[in-house]
Write a protein that binds this ligand. Structure first.
Ligand code: HEC
Ligand code: HEC
Ligand code: HEC
Ligand code: HEC
Ligand code: HEC
Length: 178
């Protein structure tokens, strides 16, 4: 029985080849669903066009950045102020936006910058009291024609503390861990 099976395999090396192929294909499929290093935003949003052509400022979309801890990502209501009736461009990306709007669905933007729950970070504190500019932490967003897909400076404890040291801000554990 065993010998027969071996003979069968020898005679049928084509099948073995096939099994290897199926295995490789499965591995590839599994990799496709693992988290990617450059996550894709649902719409290829363009910062530059909105700042230069539409004349918007950061706070028009990231509405609580000067008042609260969180800057927030914009809801479609903000986009709707300008993108409601006829499309403004030929862009496929704008078509996607208009279909979210007509279905009344929020756009599931991915948040790229995150601090864990045990860390306290406030935009207001940094921008208003600290006079730190957006670009020091996020890069020159004014020039971004592609959506934000990675962190400009890595949000790590070391990087927070490095700047605090330079600007003589306290690095007491309890300022950031409450
Ligand atoms: C103050 C008006 C205004 C608001 C608010 C606004 N847009 Fe736009 N948007 C424009 C204008 C003007 C253009 C066309 C620019 C041009 O002529 O190329 C545009 C173009 C676009 C395009 C296609 C052009 C490209 O380069 O991709 C997309 C997609 C888009 N907007 C998405 C959004 C989203 C998403 C929001 C909400 C977060 C939003 N817009 C909010 C005015 C606005
Ligand atoms: C000192 C560094 C620093 C500065 C300055 C800064 N940010 Fe942030 N930003 C962060 C960190 C850290 C996070 C992640 C915060 C979190 O997850 O709680 C973040 C998150 C964000 C987010 C994601 C949404 C959110 O609320 O978490 C947006 C949008 C944003 N920042 C916009 C801005 C804008 C606009 C400015 C300038 C007006 C700015 N940031 C200035 C560090 C900074
Ligand atoms: C580019 C420089 C810079 C970076 C990066 C930075 N900070 Fe700050 N931070 C400041 C400045 C300047 C102040 C002082 C603001 C003030 O005068 O109250 C401050 C103040 C603070 C305070 C309030 C301190 C107090 O006295 O109560 C906290 C909390 C804080 N930062 C947390 C963070 C965390 C968490 C990170 C990293 C995710 C971070 N900061 C990254 C510059 C920075
Ligand atoms: C018309 C609305 C609009 C304006 C104006 C705008 N943004 Fe945004 N911003 C968005 C949208 C939509 C996203 C999510 C898509 C992306 O990542 O590009 C975003 C994402 C971001 C993020 C990434 C946050 C995260 O954690 O995912 C940062 C940082 C940011 N914006 C900073 C800025 C700064 C700085 C300015 C001013 C120079 C600005 N934005 C102006 C709509 C806007
Ligand atoms: C300026 C802000 C800041 C200060 C001051 C600070 N931390 Fe942190 N800490 C962070 C941030 C942001 C993270 C999360 C990102 C990371 O893990 O690098 C973190 C993460 C941690 C973690 C979790 C690490 C992990 O692997 O999950 C520990 C433990 C910690 N900090 C301890 C401390 C101690 C002890 C001190 C005082 C000596 C301190 N921190 C001071 C910002 C700060």
């Amino acid at each position: 029985m065993q010998i027969n099976f071996l003979k069968f395999l020898k005679k049928n090396s084509f099948y073995k080849f096939f099994i290897v192929l199926i295995f490789l294909f499965t591995v590839l499929m599994v990799f496709r669903f693992l988290p990617q290093k450059n996550p894709k935003q649902p719409i290829a949003y363009n910062h530059k066009v909105h700042i230069e052509t539409a004349g918007l400022q950061c706070v028009d979309c990231h509405v609580s950045v000067e008042q609260r801890a969180f800057a927030t990502l914009p809801s479609i209501e903000i986009c709707q102020n300008c993108h409601a009736g006829d499309p403004l461009t030929e862009s496929e990306e704008e078509k996607k936006l208009l279909s979210y709007i007509s279905e009344g669905k929020e756009i599931p933007w991915l948040k790229i910058y995150n601090v864990p729950d045990h860390v306290y970070f406030s935009h207001r504190r940094h921008i208003i009291k600290g006079e730190v500019t957006c670009s020091e932490c996020h890069g020159n967003i004014n020039e971004f024609i592609n959506p934000v897909s990675s962190q400009f400076i890595d949000i790590t404890m070391d990087n927070c503390m490095k700047c605090h040291e330079e600007r003589k801000v306290t690095n007491d554990c309890l300022t950031c861990h409450r």
